[in-house]
Ligand binder design. Structure first.
Ligand code: UDP
Length: 236
């Protein structure tokens, strides 16, 4: 597989073309940003951890019938994925109140939600990823009704699979963000990443935060938290 020119550079990853038009290479960086790019920093070893944690979880999801963009890990920080056009939605799944939901609804962080909450944001940095609902999505033609039903169905199934898997590792899945892409034939697959950058993970016993909130809120031992997640999931 030939790695060709860079197509895109985001906040945490770079994407490269390959000699196969249907495949790209994702390269994970140690760069960290928060608050829509206002806070910047480096988390040593994050790229390698997020790449390997994402691939581990994507493989688990594939085994459970969720289609993903994952093809093959190439190195500690690089993965071969199917080329997709990203649907410009961030799907947020919440089991326990935290972050922006706690602020918006005045719910103390840690309050269990009586049922799983799904939210959508329009993926647009200039607009600050505004929250939108199903009507906006259909009116803006980000997805059809059928596609959105499939995306929400996948998101809830992913929540069940990941929550159960993590529970056995003494990790509570508080909330997380998903992105989906479309293959050339229209098939919708899970894309992007599933990592401590995009999920809230709390230790089930101590309640300790093991995710990017340590960076966002200057809680210290950011690297240690990422390493702990990698260790619990993959034993390394
Ligand atoms: N999230 C993300 N990218 C975003 C916004 C949120 O990965 O651009 C994740 C975040 O890590 C958390 C969940 O989605 O696990 C819910 O985030 P929230 O809306 O509470 O926003 P935050 O408090 O992170 O600004």
């Amino acid at each position: 597989m030939m790695k060709l020119e860079q197509i895109y550079e985001g906040k945490a990853k770079k994407v490269f073309k390959t000699d196969d038009d249907n495949l790209c290479i994702v390269s994970y960086k140690d760069d960290a940003t928060a608050f829509n790019g206002l806070k910047k920093g480096t988390i040593m070893g994050k790229g390698a951890i997020n790449n390997q944690v994402t691939n581990h979880l994507m493989k688990l999801l594939e085994q459970q019938g969720i289609p993903t963009h994952f093809v093959e890990q190439l190195s500690e920080t690089e993965t071969l994925v199917k080329r997709v056009s990203i649907i410009p939605l961030e799907v947020i799944v919440r089991n326990i109140a935290a972050g922006s939901l706690s602020k918006r609804l005045g719910l103390p962080e840690g309050t269990p939600m009586k049922r799983t909450v799904l939210e959508y944001s329009y993926k647009n940095d200039e607009l600050g990823d505004p929250m939108i609902n199903e009507y906006h999505i259909l009116a803006m033609e980000f997805a059809t009704k059928e596609e959105l039903d499939l995306i929400s169905d996948y998101s809830l199934r992913i929540n069940q699979i990941l929550s159960a898997y993590l529970k056995d590792l003494n990790i509570q899945l508080i909330d997380f963000k998903l992105e989906f892409g479309k293959l050339p034939d229209g098939t919708i697959v899970l894309a992007d990443e599933i990592s401590p950058d995009t999920c809230r993970f709390w230790d089930s016993v101590s309640g300790e935060k093991l995710d990017k909130d340590r960076f966002r809120r200057d809680l210290g031992n950011v690297e240690g938290a990422y390493q702990e997640i990698m260790k619990r999931l993959m034993g390394q």
